[in-house]
Design a protein around this ligand. Sequence first.
Ligand SMILES: *[C@@H]1O[C@H](CO)[C@@H](O)[C@H](O)[C@H]1NC(C)=O
Ligand SMILES: *[C@@H]1O[C@H](CO)[C@@H](O)[C@H](O)[C@H]1NC(C)=O
Ligand SMILES: *[C@@H]1O[C@H](CO)[C@@H](O)[C@H](O)[C@H]1NC(C)=O
Ligand SMILES: *[C@@H]1O[C@H](CO)[C@@H](O)[C@H](O)[C@H]1NC(C)=O
Ligand SMILES: *[C@@H]1O[C@H](CO)[C@@H](O)[C@H](O)[C@H]1NC(C)=O
Ligand SMILES: *[C@@H]1O[C@H](CO)[C@@H](O)[C@H](O)[C@H]1NC(C)=O
Ligand SMILES: *[C@@H]1O[C@H](CO)[C@@H](O)[C@H](O)[C@H]1NC(C)=O
Ligand SMILES: *[C@@H]1O[C@H](CO)[C@@H](O)[C@H](O)[C@H]1NC(C)=O
Ligand SMILES: *[C@@H]1O[C@H](CO)[C@@H](O)[C@H](O)[C@H]1NC(C)=O
Ligand SMILES: *[C@@H]1O[C@H](CO)[C@@H](O)[C@H](O)[C@H]1NC(C)=O
Ligand SMILES: *[C@@H]1O[C@H](CO)[C@@H](O)[C@H](O)[C@H]1NC(C)=O
Ligand SMILES: *[C@@H]1O[C@H](CO)[C@@H](O)[C@H](O)[C@H]1NC(C)=O
Ligand SMILES: [Cu+2]
Length: 621
Amino acid sequence: MAISLSYFPIVSVLLLLFAAIVEAANGTVVYDFNITWVTSNPDGAFDRTTIGINGAWPLPIMRATVGDQVIVNVNNQLGNQTTTLHFHGLFMNGTTEMDGPAQVSQCGIPPGSSFTYNFTVNQPGTYWYHSHDKGQYPDGLRAPLIITDPDSPYADQVDEEIVVSLSDWYHDQMAVWIPKFINKANPTGAEPVPQAALMNDTQNLTVPVQPGKTYMFRVVNIGAFAGQYLWIEGHNMTIVEVDGVYTDPAEAEMIYLGAAQRYSFLVTTRNESSMNYAIVSSMDTSLFDTIPDGLNWNVTGWLVYDESNDLPTPALVEDFNDFDDFFLTPYDKMALLAEPDQTISLDVIMDNLGNGKPYAFFDNITYVSQKVPTLYTVMSTGENATNPAVYGEFSHPFVLAHNQVVELVVNNLDTGKHPFHLHGHNFQAIARSVEDAGTFDATNATQTDYPATPMRRDTFVLRPSGYIVLRFQADNPGVWLFHCHIEWHVDQGLMVTMVEAPLQLQQSLTIPQDHIDACQVGGVPYLGNAAGNTVDVLDLTGANVAPGPLPAGFIPRGIVALTFSVLAALLGLATIVWYGLADMGAATMVAEEKRIAAMNNETTPVSRGSVVSETVESRNR
Ligand SMILES: *[C@@H]1O[C@H](CO)[C@@H](O)[C@H](O)[C@H]1NC(C)=O
Ligand SMILES: *[C@@H]1O[C@H](CO)[C@@H](O)[C@H](O)[C@H]1NC(C)=O
Ligand SMILES: *[C@@H]1O[C@H](CO)[C@@H](O)[C@H](O)[C@H]1NC(C)=O
Ligand SMILES: *[C@@H]1O[C@H](CO)[C@@H](O)[C@H](O)[C@H]1NC(C)=O
Ligand SMILES: *[C@@H]1O[C@H](CO)[C@@H](O)[C@H](O)[C@H]1NC(C)=O
Ligand SMILES: *[C@@H]1O[C@H](CO)[C@@H](O)[C@H](O)[C@H]1NC(C)=O
Ligand SMILES: *[C@@H]1O[C@H](CO)[C@@H](O)[C@H](O)[C@H]1NC(C)=O
Ligand SMILES: *[C@@H]1O[C@H](CO)[C@@H](O)[C@H](O)[C@H]1NC(C)=O
Ligand SMILES: *[C@@H]1O[C@H](CO)[C@@H](O)[C@H](O)[C@H]1NC(C)=O
Ligand SMILES: *[C@@H]1O[C@H](CO)[C@@H](O)[C@H](O)[C@H]1NC(C)=O
Ligand SMILES: *[C@@H]1O[C@H](CO)[C@@H](O)[C@H](O)[C@H]1NC(C)=O
Ligand SMILES: *[C@@H]1O[C@H](CO)[C@@H](O)[C@H](O)[C@H]1NC(C)=O
Ligand SMILES: [Cu+2]
């Protein structure tokens, strides 16, 4: 006893010292970001006006260590556009007001205004930051964000870390593209095809390596649209992390990164330096309705063992098999979540509205931003915050009770791939069908035979005409979007809003003054329901709504396609003429728009427009 007593103060001092060290290790990382226009030319083909930070582009990689407080002081110096930053994959647990989507958890930062993002990072891994306003990030406002983990289970295997971003690249600004894309002259919603692929915001990247070492690559698809097939010739990749979730090691010869997905993988270099090896990223052309003449959809870099040796030409994408991420196992072996308390089933539909323009729908709703940011509606509607009606029908809100298990079933009634992303959470990916499997059938035991330790991530690819089933626990009060990460589809409204535990949020959250200032300077209301009504929050008069539907009796696109296939066979000559003009690349888009507009004037806009462009689709899908 005497000994214990005499040791006690010493132990206390040691504990205090230890606590002080631990505390000191949790640093504060401050970034001062002036968001500015700059000129860039990453594909060597075209100087374009790009969004940079502090007068430079490519943007800085953001870095922090697990436990750090991160402060990002943003000053919008664009002059003619609002902006925001989203820190993709970070849960923002307790700080949903720092998540970034404009009109969801904040007002867009007006030109000339400052705005501070302030959050703690307690998730290790590979993330990225990007604008979440105006479909703006493809203009350049996107880059990796790396959270270092001193306790990484793979730390002792890694000699060096290499960060690589992959992206598609457009020569025109989004403010130019979006109105051309969501246009009755483009009734099928054919997405603009990028002009180039980039690796680390350049091409012909060389990555110097030494023999016999293990490198951990952290790869992020920061693109707007294209999925990327990535391989390193002569080397396998050992996947160890997806979207911030450590996995059991899994060997792959090629991986596929949908827009917004991330992978960390280990590459052990060869023991000799006699050759260099191509690193290739090849855009998934199945997403493109047309492949414009002259498009190079590949970008090549090299693992360089010896500068004096050649940089070999790459092999073909067909020579490699891509890894199916569904079969990854999380390192922590987190078990399948319990049976859901709430199931949300959503159908993905691409269709036109009465204005003839192409939109994207979850069920019958295309997302439309509301007058009041959804989070601010939570904060100003009292007990009625649990009533989805206050958020406006077209924010497509789902109110989730705190800690319930939510199952999301997403059926793809479209023939394209969609990488779905949930803010504020990782989800367990518990089912994914093959292409063309049809819709999910909860009564079919084969389809509900879920893995015991499902793969988790925050962005997961839904295959054409198939389904996915996801589960997560609503343990993060906040307002969180669930959306396709193809930025064109965001622009078209492929989003729903999860309003998670709104009454808990009201108790724990204070909106910082500079966030309110952004609304006031921008003239955006920040109180009341979606329509800005503060007196009767159940009165949604004046809320933003989608354009009206097509008139009754319109011809659904599928039928048009079928009909047109027959017509096309009969009218071969006309078809050939159209194919000749059907290049949807940047250069010809204007001419094409004029041509379709001219045709539209002769007849009813929608049906005639649909027939014309459906040809493009039936040729390529
Ligand atoms: C990369 O190399 C190719 C082939 O030599 C060239 O056409 C292209 O312009 C290069 N890209 C850049 C950004 O230098
Ligand atoms: C941001 O812009 C302001 C005003 O022009 C300038 O004073 C400041 O030094 C800039 N900050 C950085 C980090 O470039
Ligand atoms: C430091 O960060 C670690 C890891 O996130 C966390 O467990 C710990 O509570 C933090 N300490 C302080 C003093 O914030
Ligand atoms: C905004 O300003 C940039 C830089 O001057 C310019 O390139 C761009 O066209 C402007 N955009 C709009 C929508 O006015
Ligand atoms: C960031 O948030 C922390 C925790 O709420 C607070 O203590 C700190 O003062 C904030 N810093 C800034 C610069 O806003
Ligand atoms: C990619 O670019 C970033 C800076 O933007 C740099 O830190 C990183 O080392 C580059 N990666 C490679 C493989 O060159
Ligand atoms: C890559 O992995 C495959 C199968 O996992 C194996 O057949 C192949 O030999 C490996 N290639 C290299 C270069 O290690
Ligand atoms: C891109 O790579 C694929 C195979 O990997 C090849 O078939 C195609 O010709 C390449 N495209 C161009 C424009 O080089
Ligand atoms: C969507 O469908 C629901 C349920 O059938 C219906 O109540 C709602 O009015 C529809 N909304 C629109 C915009 O069509
Ligand atoms: C159940 O689902 C499996 C896998 O999708 C499918 O092959 C099978 O036909 C389905 N069974 C029934 C009865 O629909
Ligand atoms: C958020 O933090 C709470 C504890 O503060 C924890 O129970 C919950 O699991 C966390 N949620 C997420 C998504 O990290
Ligand atoms: C909330 O809704 C109830 C009816 O459910 C209504 O009586 C009350 O006035 C509403 N509160 C506000 C602030 O609109
Ligand atoms: Cu999509």
